[in-house]
Design a binder for this molecule. Structure first.
Ligand code: GLN
Length: 309
């Protein structure tokens, strides 16, 4: 399965690329600040196994928050719906992804949803495995299957850079440990979480993961079931309600598809029954979403009527 360059898509990429100037690359994880702010690539994976791309689609980036939706899919398979949602809620917060404030005020004291950092840390804590190593191998194996690439790995420098600076995430963990939302060794959890966020791929592989969700959990090439249908549905719903942080409402109106972004500038998009979309554009807007990536999706949705609403 290969991905072919597409002139129409390239035209849109060229049209929106300059908006990156108005954005800013994430630097709170120091290693993320090293990228070229003007990078922009997109791949669209069609259900009939065709894939088109524009920009330098071989550029790799780390998943960051995009991993949250994949880990949720694995944790729901590992633990079941009741276990997961006893510990993490289902409501959007309207707050930034790393906010700590509602953790204290929500009753019971649990993160409001799995797409914010607190919720994602709690979900990572649910992944089954006898050791950190076994949990990590299971995560990589699952993501490798979704992307159809067993070589998928992580960027050690980005993972270490986050591990050294993730004081707020540690604070979220200790708060949740106090309230028995999570258990076990916090440093071990932080290691697993930062590695998961540093999983590296290109926009073609990300688009392929989007295609799995678009097909409600089926492998677009083999038709094999990779994610149970009810879990794929839950993941897509969270992508709509909280996938683009506290810009999810505006994104639902302007673009209207399930999507998940990460501070590396990646966006995973899903056009149900039709396409998986992978985008990489590291310049971010003030809410932490890829500024050119969102513009690109706005144009695509207008032109091709992607909105699910
Ligand atoms: N690893 C990042 C963090 O926890 C992910 C955040 C993001 O992509 N929004 O801060």
């Amino acid at each position: 399965m290969t991905c072919e360059s597409n002139a129409d898509l390239q035209e849109i990429v060229d049209e929106v690329r300059s908006i990156a100037e108005e954005g800013k690359v994430a630097d709170y994880i120091p290693a993320l600040s090293k990228v070229d702010k003007n990078d922009l690539s997109v791949a669209i994976y069609e259900r009939n196994n065709k894939c088109i791309f524009a920009g330098d689609y071989k550029n790799k980036f780390t998943l960051q928050s995009i991993s949250k939706v994949l880990i949720l899919a694995l944790a729901l398979q590992d633990r079941g719906i009741d276990y997961v949602f006893d510990r993490v809620g289902m409501e959007p917060t309207g707050d930034p992804f790393n906010s700590i404030s509602k953790l204290e005020t929500s009753i019971p004291s649990k993160p409001l949803n799995p797409m914010i950092n607190a919720g994602a840390l709690a979900v990572t804590n649910m992944i089954k495995g006898e050791s950190e190593r076994e949990k990590w191998d299971r995560i990589l194996q699952f993501v490798g299957c979704l992307a159809n690439n067993k070589q998928i790995s992580y960027d050690l420098e980005v993972a270490n850079s986050e591990l050294e600076t993730a004081f707020l995430n540690r604070a979220l963990c200790y708060f949740m440990k106090q309230h028995k939302v999570i258990h076990g060794d916090i440093e071990e959890l932080m290691m697993l979480y930062t590695k998961q966020c540093a999983i590296e791929m290109n926009c073609f592989q990300l688009a392929r993961i989007g295609a799995v969700f678009a097909l409600n959990g089926l492998d677009p090439e083999t038709g094999e079931r990779l994610i149970p249908i009810h879990i794929a549905r839950i993941c897509k719903t969270f992508m709509v309600t909280c996938g683009m942080y506290n810009a999810s409402g505006e994104f639902a109106i302007k673009v209207g598809i399930p999507a998940k972004s990460g501070v590396s500038g990646g966006i995973l998009g899903v056009v149900p029954e039709k396409y998986g979309i992978g985008i990489f554009g590291p310049a971010l807007d003030n809410k932490g979403n890829s500024i050119a990536g969102i513009k690109l999706l706005e144009i695509l949705t207008k032109r091709y009527n992607f909105s699910i609403f």
